[in-house]
Design a protein around this ligand. Structure first.
Ligand SMILES: [Zn+2]
Length: 251
């Protein structure tokens, strides 16, 4: 039996709390496992809590670049204390959108590097946010031997994709790829062993998704679309993605 994987979703977001048991049931019946990423310390604690409800929820904890002013020491301790429970570290990364001063930039970089160090130390995979910061992420990552790294919601140029492949990153594509030609082109140029799929829920998607908040049930659509673009059968695509997801997670 093939398991589907959502490689990046915020199931610990308040949006999902009311219907979480329903989401878990859907995951069971649709055979979907989810890398549940976190935003900050309190959200990471929430992720650990909901992961107890189902083994299909694979907890990733960390500090998102938007929350770089979060208490880093507290976060490092939380990771250390739960190192045998967590599946990975994330969501971590860089994003100039949330930077207002040199001080902010320094702090965001420091948080990212510290979390990369701990992931490297314990050989945990990392889920990386690289919006408008891919080249800086590449630069920093040359100094780390993290076990496996995912550039989630890959949104770079073809040249940056080549660089990502050279550096052995995984890259993930989500609901945008269903309707955006540039993402479809990037997919065709991605090493087949490095492709993952995600929803990044609760992000809202336009066009055919009608601004609905992403649900775990969007994953089969993303897989179906990938299979069409790559001229494969759906089942064949699902098998490739399962293999890649397991490799990313080290399971
Ligand atoms: Zn995210």
């Amino acid at each position: 039996m093939t398991w589907l994987f959502d490689s990046h979703i915020h199931l610990s977001d308040p949006v999902y709390q009311e219907d979480l048991s329903h989401t878990i049931k859907a995951m069971e019946s649709m055979k979907i496992k989810a890398c549940c990423v976190s935003m900050d310390y309190s959200n990471s604690k929430k992720t650990l809590e909901i992961a107890k409800q189902s083994e299909l929820i694979l907890p990733f904890i960390g500090i998102h670049p938007e929350c770089a002013n979060n208490d880093l020491d507290q976060m490092m301790n939380l990771i250390q204390d739960n190192i045998d429970i967590i599946s990975g570290v994330g969501e971590i990364g860089l994003d100039p959108t949330y930077v207002q001063s040199d001080e902010d930039k320094k702090n965001q970089t420091h948080v990212f590097e510290s979390l990369l160090s701990i992931a490297e130390k314990y050989e945990k995979p990392v889920s990386i946010h690289s919006r408008k910061s891919l080249d800086d992420v590449f630069e920093i990552m040359t100094s780390y031997k993290t076990k496996n790294a995912l550039l989630h919601w890959f949104d770079g140029s073809k040249k940056q994709l080549t660089k990502a492949m050279d550096m052995d990153f995984f890259v993930s594509y989500g609901p945008v790829m269903v309707y955006a030609n540039d993402k479809q082109t990037l997919l065709t140029k991605t090493n087949e062993e490095k492709i993952l799929v995600e929803t990044d829920g609760p992000v809202r998607f336009s066009r055919c998704f009608e601004m609905k908040s992403a649900q775990i049930g969007f994953i089969p659509s993303v897989i179906f679309c990938s299979s069409k673009i790559l001229n494969k059968q759906y089942d064949e695509m699902a098998v490739i993605l399962e293999r890649n997801s397991k490799k990313f997670l080290g399971i």
